[in-house]
Design a protein around this ligand. Structure first.
Ligand code: F0G
Length: 430
């Protein structure tokens, strides 16, 4: 989506947006998406839908900086789990939902690994403007997310298949039944997700960091972040574009394979898509399926692949893959600092650690890791980790490859006896 900026009202400086906060009793000024409306002006503001999204936080974390291996004070965590539905999805949903309303949609649909569906269901139930139809696979949706869709009253269709199957079906069904599709194939979603970067800049006094590190699933965020920086740079509102690192789970590493091993590139608008076509044909022939306990990013066929490689070119980006073990250890480190995250989110921290070890991220670089979803989205994975028993992952999550739980905070079992309880507390107090 391209704007004719010279016909629009664009602020002279990014700091002009700060004036909006003084008027936060106006819901459009309060919204962390719509206070940046001038930078995503696809709809008149009065038509835009807000449920108070985007009240998120950028937090420096010394513990996580040490874990990643960079100078304490240089690493920041962007907590998108603080959104109303508990994930970054509300940024994009407010925008797509606004467009759906503009075109008079009565029903909206998505396929989801859980967070998009929670967000759509929330917007539908809060506003009563539309009915939500959501498609989920029958695999690993976490209960936190499923419970949201059910609670908010969405029609929940559980397909016998995985996310990639659900994604393919929802596109067919939406076309057939004329239902508005809100997956991130929808360009308006990406417009809303640009504002995550605007808020990061805002929290850093409008100074771009050196690195943005983000988990990659369907690649909506990475695509949106690249567009945000490209536009800000073109408008002269920033003088430098941060580097982008997109982190795949090793069990769902299409982007990593294609970019780092097979040379897929945007090539200034002439992407060599024969490379990705061949890869997907191979994947089909082998009946290969994504598999990671970071269920939110268990995706092998990212719908925004082409936009993402464009973002990688604009932001001098890199892609890495991290194992479930690395994800869970990083997640425990985030949690230990308070305000945790769900497994997929911690891929950003695990990826930053890898890039710091390679020396690509320098110890004095300013690094922002995006924590995409709230800790409470997936308590099963958290409790399994802290039980200290890696077999639990196979048992409760059907996931292999987790060997150790080195940062586990075990629950202490004691008999129901005062002396024993006191003894246990004295023994374990640290
Ligand atoms: N982190 C979380 C917590 C997510 O829920 C998702 C995607 C991602 C990262 C990946 O983001 O697609 O922009 O690369 N979840 C989608 C869903 C697929 O259905 O909720 P992306």
């Amino acid at each position: 989506m391209a704007y004719e900026w010279d016909r629009l009202r664009v602020p002279g400086e990014l700091s002009d947006f700060e004036q909006k906060w003084a008027r936060r009793n106006d819901p459009y000024c309060f919204s962390g998406v719509w206070r940046f409306h001038d930078l995503l002006p696809f709809a008149p503001l009065r038509q835009c839908v807000t449920v108070g999204e985007g009240q998120t936080l950028l937090h420096p974390s010394e513990g996580v900086a040490r874990y990643v291996g960079i100078t304490p004070g240089r690493l920041y965590l962007q907590y998108e789990g603080m959104n109303p539905s508990g994930s970054f999805k509300d940024n994009g949903m407010s925008a797509a939902f606004s467009h759906a309303r503009m075109v008079g949609a009565r029903r909206a649909a998505c396929a989801s690994t859980g967070n998009t569906s929670a967000s759509l269901a929330l917007y539908c139930s809060v506003t009563r403007l539309m009915k939500a139809v959501i498609f989920i696979g029958s695999g690993k949706i976490s209960y936190g997310k499923l419970s949201q869709a059910l609670d908010y009253g969405a029609l929940t269709v559980q397909i016998a298949g995985d996310f990639d199957d659900a994604m393919a079906r929802v596109q067919e069904v939406s076309r057939e039944l004329g239902i508005y599709l809100v997956n991130s194939v929808n360009p308006f979603r990406l417009e809303g997700q640009k504002t995550i970067m605007f808020r990061v800049l805002e929290a850093l006094g409008w100074q771009p960091p050196d690195w943005i590190v983000v988990p990659g699933g369907n690649l909506g965020n990475s695509s949106a972040f690249g567009k945000a920086f490209h536009e800000l740079h073109e408008l002269g509102l920033i003088d430098r574009i941060p580097r982008l690192a997109v982190i795949n789970a090793a069990g769902a590493n299409t982007l990593y394979e294609l970019v780092e091993h097979r040379g897929l590139r945007w090539n200034a608008g002439r992407p060599n898509l024969d490379v990705s076509d061949a890869y997907f044909a191979e994947m089909n022939a082998k009946h290969e399926r994504a598999s990671t306990l970071a269920s939110a990013i268990e995706i092998n066929r990212p719908v925004n692949l082409t936009k993402c490689i464009r973002a990688l070119e604009w932001c001098d980006g890199v892609v890495r893959e991290v194992t479930d073990q690395e994800i869970l250890d990083a997640k425990a480190q985030v949690g230990a600092g308070g305000m945790g995250c769900e497994p997929a989110s911690a891929a950003s921290v695990a990826g930053a650690k890898k890039l710091a070890a390679e020396g690509l991220i320098a110890s004095d670089d300013r690094v922002v890791c995006i924590l995409t979803g709230h800790q409470l989205k997936d308590p099963t994975a958290t409790v399994a980790y802290h039980s200290g028993d890696p077999k639990k992952f196979e048992e409760v999550l059907g996931s292999r490859g987790v060997e150790t739980t080195q940062f586990a905070n075990h629950p202490v079992a004691v008999p129901n006896n005062l002396d024993k309880i006191i003894e246990a507390i004295n023994t374990h107090d640290h």
